[in-house]
Every structure is written in structure tokens, then in C-alpha cells.
Write a protein of this length. Sequence first.
Length: 196
Amino acid sequence: MSTATFEIVPLKVEAVSRVTESNVDQFLEALRTWVATINSDPKTDEDFGQAEIDVKKLKETRDLIKKGYAEIMEKATDINQLIAKLREGEGEVTKLARDLEKQVNAAKDRIRESIVDEAFELLECPRSQSRNFRADLEAAIKGRKKLDKMRSAVSDELMVLNARFAANREILDQFAEEHGAHLIADRDLLEVKSST
């Protein structure tokens, strides 16, 4: 039986996931303003010359945007990896907790069953009637979390039942002695009958 306790290492996570400097809004606004002035239907040599310059400038701008995006993604990679590791850890711990809970509940159910079985064997009543009292023993455990409380509750119920059976037997024995056993039609049933 292991009584070792796992000492959880304090989790430390610190990241700067905010933008420290950006002019993206102004950049895009200026870009859109400039793009609106581009002649997309050149007709003269001068228009075509300007269109080539505009195409080159647009490609350079596209490359600037890609570069900025790549730099941000590179910085975000560490955070994304950390997030992935935390999610992985959360998944592992969730599964372990669920599995352990199932095992603990199954073990507790087996012990409950064993406690009831042991008490059932100690019922001092005719075997033909004992099956009727298993539910009473099981009901005694309901709501109990601790094993010693379960054992105590079942033991108390067993004592109450056996005391009732003993009192009934005494009455039946006395009646049989005074009037004859042949007058007791169903002794097994009468022996376990409740007086209430």
C-alpha cells in the first residue's frame, strides 16, 4: 500500500502576448488610400510606366507584410508551443483523474459488496428467508463514505435484525412448548416477521 504523496511542482507560466508597438492600422489606411489612386486601366506609355512602378511597389509592400507576419508568427510559436503543452498536460491529467476515480469507485463497490456479504452470512434466520434481508443490509450502507462507517452501519443493522429474529424465536419456542410445535404453520416466515 503506497502512502507516498506526489508533491506538485508549482506551475509557472509567464508570457508577453500583447503587441508592444504597431502602426498596422495607419499602414493599411495609407496603403488603401494609395491603391485607390492607382490607374488600373493604363492607356499611354506614361500610364504603363507608372503601372509597372505601382506593381513593383505593391509586391514590395506585400513582401513587407509577409515579413511582419513571419516575425509575429515566430514570436507566437513559443506561446503556441506552451499552449499545446498545457493542453496536452490537461488532457493527461483529466484522463488519469477519470481512470483513478473509476478504479476507486470500483474498489469501494467491491468492499461494500464484501461488507454486505459478510453480514449476510451472519444473519441468524432460516436460510429460506435470509434473501429478503440483503436489501436491509445494503440500505444501511447508503450515504456512507468511510469504510468504518459502512461496517458500523451494517453491523448495527445486523444486530437489530438478529435481535428481532431471536425475540421471534423465543416467542415461537415458548408457544410451541405450551401449545405444540404442530400449531405453528410457517415457522420460518414467522421467525423473521417484523412486529411493526
